[in-house]
Ligand binder design. Structure first.
Ligand code: NAD
Ligand code: IPM
Ligand code: MN
Length: 356
């Protein structure tokens, strides 16, 4: 029996609601497989924990997490707790300190998911974003000088290291080569005259080692436009931390909505656990109503299965999500249905079992 120790940080808002379904799906996979077992350890960290203790996670939080094979995260953020504290001290801290420098986000329109674009077939929206996930615009470095005076100045630094750029760009080239897909780099060297000029230079340098990979470079503004006008242009995309954040919400919008968008935060060397999460937030506007779509969280569980070497199960879970969408029954409100979060998760498990 192969046993995996999974840390679960359900977090805030709809986080616990969607997480319950992701865990349910992994338990169903384990049951059906027979040779697989997941041991879940739930950590009650997040904004409630912060309001009680003044910290988003305990002092030894990272040490506790480091003993696990992987981390599942729901969502973080509650009105009343400043986002720059809650997110920086939990989610971004884990991504950074565990060197999860690859943020892999599929933007794939499944059959049955609603696409707001006109005349777009599902196969035209099939991209994988590789977002730099450890530095760049998210370095957290800067200064706030003379606060509250008329000399007030804030500085937010972007940090682009050679190592940081090379490793994420190389990862993207490798993926493009392995899957025989084109690779698009998204940057903004016309305005960001240090960071993005450097990024483009490294993209070209590494590209010389991959003459077999077809490449393109786009400015981020044009990339946003083409994602809407001609999404079929994109296959593998590599970009910086902030651009990747913004473009993958746009990607979510063209691929069925936030309720269907998943992401993996990977430490490819496996020195630290990787973390799997829906890309949406805590959705305070619908929290506590059982109305959240759990499919993004479930898709991230399928990415976890892939990363642990169970690609067969990862693919089966993704196929079950697509089958559920195609049937159009047991879907939550964001997909035009009236099922609750739990009913949707139950239906997915029934599909996996072949009971539906
Ligand atoms: P959000 O993603 O929480 O919500 C945006 C919109 O999408 C809302 O209308 C919401 O109802 C809808 N939505 C999101 N997920 C959904 C789901 N699974 N099913 C149905 N509808 C869904 O973004 P926001 O409102 O900008 O942020 C809310 C809070 O979440 C903030 O505190 C923000 O900082 C935080 N946040 C956290 C994460 C994370 O933990 N990974 C990601 C993004 C935002
Ligand atoms: C995401 C989120 C986070 C990010 C926030 C909550 C810090 O928007 O995972 O996309 O910007 O990376
Ligand atoms: Mn985001």
């Amino acid at each position: 029996m192969k046993t995996y120790d999974i840390a679960v940080i359900a977090g805030d808002g709809i986080g616990p609601e969607v997480m319950a379904e992701a865990v349910k799906v992994l338990q169903t996979v384990a049951e059906l497989d027979g040779g697989l077992c997941f041991r879940f350890t739930h950590y009650p960290w997040g904004c409630d924990y912060y309001l009680k203790t003044g910290q988003m996670m305990p002092e030894n939080g990272l040490e506790l997490l480091s003993g696990h094979d992987a981390i599942l995260l729901g969502a973080v953020g509650t009105p009343g707790v400043p986002d720059h504290i809650s997110l920086r001290e939990l989610l971004l801290r884990i991504r950074h300190d565990f060197d999860e420098y690859i943020n892999l986000r599929p933007v794939k329109l499944l059959r049955g998911a609603s696409c707001p674009l006109k005349d777009v077939a599902p196969e035209n929206v099939d991209m994988v974003f590789i977002r730099e996930n450890s530095e760049g615009e998210y370095s957290g470095q800067g200064a706030w000088l003379y606060p509250g005076t008329d000399r007030e100045v804030v500085i937010q630094d972007g940090v682009f290291s050679r190592k940081g750029c090379e490793r994420v760009i190389r990862y993207a080239y490798e993926l493009a080569r392995r899957e025989s897909k084109s690779l698009t780099s998204v940057s903004k060297a016309n305005a960001l005259n240090y960071s993005m000029v450097f990024w483009d230079q490294i993209f070209a340098e590494i590209g010389r080692e991959y003459p077999d990979v077809e490449t393109r470079s786009l400015l981020v503004d044009a990339a946003a436009m083409f994602m809407v006008k001609e999404p079929q242009r994109f296959q593998i995309v590599v970009t910086s931390n902030l651009f990747g954040d913004i473009l993958t919400d746009l990607g979510a919008a063209i691929a069925g909505g936030m309720g269907l968008a998943a992401g993996a935060n990977l430490n490819p060397e496996r020195r630290f656990p990787s973390m799997f999460e829906p890309i949406h937030g805590s959705a305070p506007d619908i929290a506590g109503q059982g109305a959240a779509n759990p499919l993004a969280a479930i898709w991230s569980a399928s990415q976890l299965l892939d990363f642990l070497g169970h690609e067969d199960w990862g693919a089966r879970v993704l196929a079950a999500i697509e089958a559920l969408l195609e049937r159009g029954a047991c879907l939550p409100p964001d997909q035009g249905g009236s099922a609750s979060t739990a009913e949707c998760g139950d239906a997915l498990c029934a599909l996996l079992r072949g009971d539906m």
